[in-house]
Design a protein around this ligand. Structure first.
Ligand SMILES: Cc1cc2nc3c(=O)[nH]c(=O)nc-3n(C[C@H](O)[C@H](O)[C@H](O)COP(=O)(O)OP(=O)(O)OC[C@H]3O[C@@H](n4cnc5c(N)ncnc54)[C@H](O)[C@@H]3O)c2cc1C
Length: 443
């Protein structure tokens, strides 16, 4: 057994090896402010369980927690440490909905499956806040609602359609006009905003650590430093092999999202693993803090190259957006975000930036999460397109129900593993697309 993490492991959470990270350059706010890491295990020898889970983020750990609650024997195998992936690095915005608006969903999935998908994304934030409350998780949850500010007239019209789609399903969303938006957010850059009462925020690394703590309390075994090197079927069991041992299981769940490697043929080529960068200011003094996001809400705007921002409990402004493909190594790699911060909030000139960090999101070509079952007993879920706090959590519950025998529990259709054509050129695609969308966003 190991007692959580030591400092050198924590330093690697930036994506840089501890000894190559320039002091103070790449450093996550969440690492500084998170609750204690859970006490996990090191893999040694062999183990037999009902379900083996690859990946220790929200999807893997929510699955583990719900499966263990149902009395199943579960092992989670995490290559690095809990929350090493996007779950420990994200913006902490618990967002309702996904890329498709209500009126687009039936066209994609058909009426019945579309309504199932909508019910899932609608109630996904509830799953997060219910779990947090049920288990008294220490992760600074608040739920004052979320804002989607519009950067253009066309975006405003799109938000109005979205608001109508949710309102007809009984959700009390509201459009804010330009003046209200400016007062609420503290910037004159937006033309209006959608206020959605379902959203909120939390400390993302604390949340994933708390999911692990509760899963362990419920009987799941959680291993860190346990990269799965191969998955093979032997007779009726799956065998997940790591450097120091193996796990035999009736079923395997692969929950590696933007950190998907070569474990399953072709899986990495079904997504584009793109970097999202963030920075956090020093705590704002109370008079300044009260002018920015004064209702404590989160914001994620309508640009194709989204800018998202929130305050943390100590009134630091945290802002994020897409970054370049390589791992960032110095503060200068974040200059585009500093530019966005200055443009949105000129009143913050002179406030120091305390932290810079990044993580990988899994983008799918159709913008929606994918569920695959390439062989019996092997389930894969990935592709939250930057919205995995709520969806990953709710997906874990759905997976547990599915494994428990409810064939209709999965929220999206199971699809074959399909590689994105010419995936090898993904960096070029994305770089070109980012430039094009940035240009479009600026019009
Ligand atoms: C900078 C950033 C900001 C974001 N902001 C938000 C936000 O505000 N709101 C929101 O809802 N979403 C946000 N997201 C997206 C969200 O964080 C992800 O959708 C979510 O964390 C995905 O969770 P996951 O468990 O599926 O994957 P991850 O948390 O990425 O976990 C995958 C894990 O698999 C492990 N792994 C990979 N291969 C192996 C292997 N072979 N063996 C063992 N383990 C392996 C990795 O080490 C990793 O820990 C953001 C993402 C980033 C990067």
């Amino acid at each position: 057994m190991t007692a959580g993490h030591d400092r050198s492991e924590i330093a690697t959470c930036s994506g840089l090896a501890a000894d190559t990270a320039p002091a103070g350059a790449i450093h996550s706010l969440w690492l500084d402010t998170a609750c204690q890491a859970p006490i996990t295990q090191r893999m040694e020898g062999s183990l037999e369980v009902d379900v083996a889970i690859v990946g220790g983020g929200y999807t893997g750990l929510s699955s583990a927690l719900h499966l263990a609650e149902n009395g199943l024997k579960v092992a989670v195998l995490e290559a690095r440490e809990i929350g090493y992936g996007a779950s420990g690095r994200n913006g902490g915005q618990v967002n309702p909905g996904f890329k498709l608006d209500p009126h687009e969903v039936a066209g994609r999935y058909g009426v019945e499956a579309g309504e199932r998908a909508l019910r899932f994304v609608h109630s996904a934030p509830d799953r997060v806040f219910e779990l947090v409350s049920r288990y008294s998780m220490e992760c600074a949850p608040i739920r004052p609602g979320s804002l989607t500010p519009a950067h253009s007239e066309a975006a405003l019209r799109m938000l109005e359609r979205r608001a109508e789609g949710w309102a007809t399903r009984g959700v009390r969303v509201r459009m804010l006009d330009q003046g209200e938006t400016e007062r609420e957010i503290g910037t004159s850059r937006y033309l209006g905003a959608l206020l959605d009462p379902r959203g909120g925020s939390l400390q993302p690394l604390s949340y994933v650590r708390e999911l692990a703590r509760i899963a362990i309390e419920k009987g799941a075994r959680v291993f860190e430093g346990a990269a799965v090197r191969s998955l093979r079927k032997r007779a009726s069991a799956w065998v997940a092999t790591t450097a120091h041992g193996e796990v035999r299981a009736r079923r395997v769940i692969v929950a590696t999202n933007g950190y998907t490697g070569r474990l399953l043929p072709g899986l990495r080529q079904t997504i584009i693993a793109a970097n999202s960068f963030q920075l956090a200011t020093a705590p704002l003094d109370p008079s300044l803090a009260s002018t920015i996001l004064r209702g404590g809400r989160t914001a994620s705007d309508t640009r194709r190259i989204v800018r998202y921002f929130r305050k943390d409990p100590e009134n630091r402004l945290v802002i994020g957006g897409r970054g370049h493909f390589g791992e960032p190594t110095r503060a200068r790699d974040f200059s585009h975000l500093q530019g966005a911060l200055r443009e949105l909030f000129p009143q913050l000139a002179g406030v120091p930036i305390e932290c810079h960090w990044a993580g990988r999101v899994a983008l799918t070509q159709d913008g929606v999460p994918h569920i695959h079952e390439p062989e019996e007993g092997l389930l894969v879920v990935l592709g939250y397109n930057g919205r995995g706090i709520a969806m990953g959590t709710a997906m874990g519950q759905a997976i547990a129900e599915y494994v428990g025998g409810n064939a209709g529990a999965l929220p999206f259709p199971v699809t074959p593993v399909r590689r994105i054509p010419m995936h090898v050129f993904q960096r070029l695609y994305l770089a070109a697309a980012v430039n094009w969308f940035m240009f479009r966003d600026s019009l």
